[in-house]
Design a protein around this ligand. Structure first.
Ligand SMILES: *[C@@H]1O[C@H](CO)[C@@H](O)[C@H](O)[C@H]1NC(C)=O
Ligand SMILES: *[C@@H]1O[C@H](CO)[C@@H](O)[C@H](O)[C@H]1NC(C)=O
Length: 465
């Protein structure tokens, strides 16, 4: 995630164009009314990012295209009558000839001249100034980076390349733009969302903004407290508009992710029923994928929601999606979600301290989640072994992990796949030997091999290797 942001910012660095207007006429005193009469280099804000050249007055007067555009160099060149020149050049009047001349600024190598068809201008290679949109984006990325980046090495790298939050704020201030608090922004976004005349495109923009802000725990709680959740559920319910459903599901996933208070709020607002109903419906697979993501964020570390998931027929809803042809990636998502729940329960049972009353309560709640039994009864042992045929390591890893979790409950079924398991055992034994012989500490295949061995042992097959 942070690497992606980093790349985005780098890409932006390159397209960043700052319009530098060097007002030579004023400098020479020939144009008394010019605003920049100090002749200094001034940086002018522009509100788009493509650096379209404007003339000195800031209005984009159309210059008759009698001549080809001026192509500046390090040397003074005559500017022909009516010829458009890019901003950011040294311009002077030649008093002998009465002609205007222009050249690239000395020592300003960070400004590069660019040209794209009819448009041309100077590009700031040194990133001295952000455009308004870039600033907003940079601020967003800055926060995201702060959130996600636990890798100190890359954080240092990021710091080198990014403006600090304070710098960004100052940039905003110098543009007379308020930095709103997250509180104000979210309140405003929810207000827009609630507005009955909001257009579809605006709604998508609002949802995308919300998704970004609501990853933060406090923002998510605020969103719930000011009544945002029912509106999101409403949009997810718009089965005639796939894109809206997907965007809204991304918001629900973001806001419920690792946020217990919001998970409770969403459950109370009926999110689980809605998600399961839509999952069993004839929705597109892209929508289902996001619905499963939401079901997962809603249920993780929340045993009460897991119990409701089972009571509301969640396994059947996921089963019908699983049984659709040709959705291998979605099958793996489902299986890894279910295994997360199985492992979660095992870890709680293993780690509970019985002298802590909170742990006792937690344990009690998890013991009411009978996922493993329900999976066996509802045909999941059989579903899971069909995935052993998948060829990529990551899918296999997920399948083998859940087989390991279910090896007691699904023993009779898994025994029938002994041959498949042994084939995999042979394959991963070789990969493991190769991996260990390299000796770079990489043990990915060895871990998979250990899982296979564990499954085989648990279902009572002697390890012959
Ligand atoms: C979703 O829509 C259905 C009918 O289209 C409606 O019965 C149901 O109450 C709606 N659910 C939510 C949570 O908005
Ligand atoms: C719903 O099912 C019909 C056939 O039963 C199919 O033609 C249609 O594409 C499906 N719609 C979606 C969104 O999957």
């Amino acid at each position: 995630m942070s690497r992606l942001c980093f790349q985005l910012i780098q890409a932006m660095n390159i397209i960043c164009v700052t319009l530098v207007i060097f007002c030579c006429l004023a400098c020479l005193g020939l144009h008394g009314k010019a605003e920049n009469n100090d002749g200094a280099l001034s940086v002018v804000q522009q509100d788009d990012d493509n650096g379209i050249v404007e003339n000195d007055n800031g209005d984009s007067e159309i210059v008759p295209d009698k001549y080809e555009s001026f192509n500046p160099t390090e040397e003074w060149q005559t500017v022909k009558e009516g010829q458009a020149i890019p901003a950011g050049l040294h311009v002077r009047m030649n008093f002998e000839t009465g002609e205007k001349e222009a050249k690239l600024m000395d020592g300003e190598a960070e400004y590069k001249y660019w040209r794209d068809g009819d448009r041309h201008g100077m590009m700031n290679m040194d990133r001295k100034q952000f455009s308004m949109n870039e600033l907003k984006k940079a601020l967003k990325d800055f926060k995201t980076t702060q959130l996600d980046d636990t890798d100190l090495k890359s954080e240092a790298e990021v710091k080198k390349n990014f403006k600090s939050y304070e710098e960004l704020k100052n940039d905003f201030a110098s543009m007379n733009m308020d930095i709103k608090t997250d509180f104000e922004i979210i309140t405003e976004l929810v207000k827009q969302l609630k507005h009955k005349d909001i257009g579809r495109d605006d709604m998508i923009t609002v949802l995308q903004d919300l998704e970004y802000y609501l990853h933060q725990i406090d923002n998510g709680i605020l969103f719930k407290d000011i009544g945002g959740l029912p509106y999101i559920l409403n949009i997810i319910n718009k089965t005639d508009d796939k894109q809206l459903q997907i965007e809204a599901a991304m918001v629900l996933g973001a806001v419920t992710s690792s946020n217990p208070k919001v998970q409770i709020g969403a459950l109370e607002a009926g999110a689980l029923q809605l998600l399961l109903r839509l999952t069993s419906m004839n929705s597109s697979i892209d929508v289902k994928r996001k619905l499963i993501y939401c079901i997962s964020t809603l249920c993780r570390n929340f045993p009460y929601a897991q119990r409701r998931f089972l009571e509301l027929g969640g396994l059947a809803a996921l089963g019908s999606t699983f049984d659709e042809p040709g959705v291998e990636k979605v099958k793996i998502k489902i299986v890894s979600f279910l295994n997360d729940l199985l492992v979660e329960k095992i870890l709680v049972i293993e780690n509970s301290k019985l002298e802590l009353s909170s742990d006792i309560e937690k344990l009690k709640q998890y013991k009411q989640v009978h996922l493993e039994e329900a999976m066996r009864e509802q045909g999941w042992c059989e579903r899971i072994v069909t995935l052993l045929k998948l060829q990529d390591h990551e899918s296999r890893e997920n399948v083998l992990n859940i087989m390991d979790s279910l090896s007691t409950s699904c023993k009779t079924c898994f025994i029938k796949s002994t041959n498949d398991l042994k084939t995999l055992q042979t394959e991963y034994s070789q990969l493991s030997v190769e991996e260990l012989s390299i000796g770079d500490g990489n043990d990915y295949f060895t871990i998979i091999l250990n899982v296979i061995n564990s499954v085989l042992t648990n279902i009572g097959i002697k390890d012959e290797l």
